[in-house]
Design a protein around this ligand. Structure first.
Ligand SMILES: *Cc1c(COP(=O)(O)O)cnc(C)c1O
Length: 222
């Protein structure tokens, strides 16, 4: 199948999952995760109408996206990977949305860089719903206070919460927990659901699903 065909299939499944949940398909934004994919594959998705993408590495995004943006100024690129503080300057220049704010130092650096450049990017707070030590994200119990800190102390535009459930676990409890935490924190966005489980995430309120392999096929490098 081509990228355009796979994209159409994903869009159809998003619409069906939204309908089953009594939601409008337009309430769910598809973030096409293009990490490791070459510019040609991204151009295929753009030709098929996709405009919102996700990348997980600052360096890779800096290498790929300026040329694509020059041809398609309306693309939006989300940062969905772990962000080191020494990459904040490049990340704010390269991305349109930062989904992985997960510690005070990073929030402070992002706020300072956004103030300096006047690029006020929407942010998501990443929550480590599975309490996995190797993963980024704030602890669920700290999510509400951290969101408040990001908004009140740093002045960040917190659009919602984001999570990556533990691999091999039933994702539903994690999605439900993220939705509850967002409700308590008073933020509307819920970035959750990947190729294997985005329909489930939509049923539990996802506003953004991050889908890579179901659109682009296997990743090109590791
Ligand atoms: C790679 C990645 C995705 C997409 O994963 P697929 O299983 O290929 O859909 C989504 N979110 C994050 C944070 C990722 O790193």
């Amino acid at each position: 199948m081509s990228v355009a065909e796979r994209l159409a299939a994903v869009r159809a499944e998003i619409a069906a999952a939204a309908e089953a949940a009594g939601r409008a398909a337009s309430d769910v934004t598809l973030v096409a995760v293009s990490k490791t994919q070459p510019a040609e594959a991204i151009e295929e998705a753009i030709a098929a109408g996709q405009r919102i993408f996700g990348e997980n590495r600052v360096q890779e995004a800096m290498a790929k996206w300026p040329a694509i943006r020059a041809r398609h100024p309306d693309v939006i690129v989300h940062m969905i990977g772990h962000l080191q503080t020494n990459k904040v300057e490049d990340a704010v220049a390269t991305f349109d949305v930062i989904e992985t704010v997960d510690r005070p130092k990073l929030a402070g650096r992002l706020a300072a860089e956004m103030a300096k450049t006047g690029r006020r990017l929407p942010c998501y707070v990443e929550v480590n719903t599975g309490a996995e030590p190797q993963k980024g994200g704030v602890a669920p119990a700290e999510a509400e206070a951290f969101v408040r800190r990001c908004v009140d102390t740093d002045g960040l535009d917190v659009a919602g919460l984001m999570c990556i459930p533990p691999a091999g676990e039933e994702p539903s409890p994690h999605f439900a927990l993220l939705a509850e935490l967002a409700r308590r924190a008073g933020v509307p966005g819920l970035s959750m659901g990947m190729s294997a489980d985005y329909a489930i995430a939509i049923g539990l309120g996802a506003t953004h699903v991050r889908v890579g392999t179901a659109i682009f096929g296997p990743r090109r490098t590791s």
